[in-house]
Write a protein that binds this ligand. Structure first.
Ligand code: BTN
Length: 260
């Protein structure tokens, strides 16, 4: 990968205008946190991660030359409690960029897994760095399987790549730049007006809605029906006839029959 090729496709004013590219690192999210003194909008891209991290304490397999593994450092002048919907905006930007460039009709599994052919193509991990109760910055990490031709046995039934699903090889740099191009617009909209103008587009593309799902948390598993997404991006479900609002930090969601 080359950072000059990312810049070639970039149309943003500030997202990705500073790029830290490394061939190998533990996790680009961890790298971004260690280098959080860098400018707002800096991105950290790696060809390979040795300790890629996923949501809910899971690991994220990030082999050399197979995918786009990168993190965006954001310094919004807001309290972290006002930013809970940001992860939804990031998921939507990633979805729009992939569908546009790859000509596919991927969907979002709440909150922000990107799903193609019923399998996971991409994951998003947004983390905040908090010092003395104040949010110093946010790190949004995005992992997309682009060129992988196969997966290790433990994830092969639930994971796909653009190469596997379309048979084509896409440029990781172009996808990276397109995500930033999309996100800059959605991010400014989100900071100004919250999810209000984005949520309809999100819901149209959310594969979880209207489905029977299993909510998995520390308390165990619960069957639910996913009925809506709220103004802050929370999933609205019905459990035992009762409406509940679920925030993405609390649970992971599975389909009744499998991953979706
Ligand atoms: C998920 O569990 O779905 C989230 C996966 C996020 C993976 C990306 S790859 C780039 C960045 N660095 C990490 O360690 N994780 C994120």
């Amino acid at each position: 990968m080359s950072k000059f090729d990312i810049l070639k496709y970039l149309k943003t004013d500030y997202l990705g205008r500073e790029i830290v590219y490394v061939d190998i690192t533990d996790s680009t999210n961890s790298l971004a946190k260690r280098e959080s003194n860098k400018k707002d909008g800096t991105i950290f891209v790696a060809n390979m991660q040795t300790a890629g991290r996923g949501r809910n304490g899971k690991s994220w397999i990030s082999k050399s030359d197979e995918g786009l593994w990168f993190s965006i450092l954001l310094k919004p002048q807001k309290n972290v409690s006002e930013l809970s919907g940001l992860t939804i905006a990031v998921g939507l930007a990633v979805l729009n960029a992939i569908n546009k460039l790859a000509g596919v009709k991927a969907m979002i599994k709440w909150p922000n897994d990107i799903v193609l052919d019923g399998k996971k193509l991409c994951g998003v991990l947004c983390e905040s760095v908090i010092h003395d109760g104040i949010c110093e910055c946010l790190v949004c990490g995005i992992g997309i399987n682009i060129l992988s031709e196969s997966f290790d046995e433990q994830i092969s039934s639930v994971a796909t790549s653009l190469k596997i699903s379309t048979g084509k090889e896409f440029s990781r740099e172009e996808i990276c730049a397109e995500i930033l191009n999309e996100l800059e617009i959605l991010y400014f909209e989100y900071l100004k007006n919250g999810l209000g103008n984005l949520i309809a587009n999100y819901k149209e593309n959310c594969i979880t809605l209207g489905k029977g799902i299993v909510l998995i948390s520390d308390e165990g598993k619960k069957d639910a029906l996913a009925v809506d997404v709220g103004d802050d991006g929370e999933l609205i479900v019905i459990i035992n006839g009762e409406k509940k609002h679920i925030s993405s930090g609390e649970v992971s969601v599975r389909g009744i029959m499998g991953y979706v």
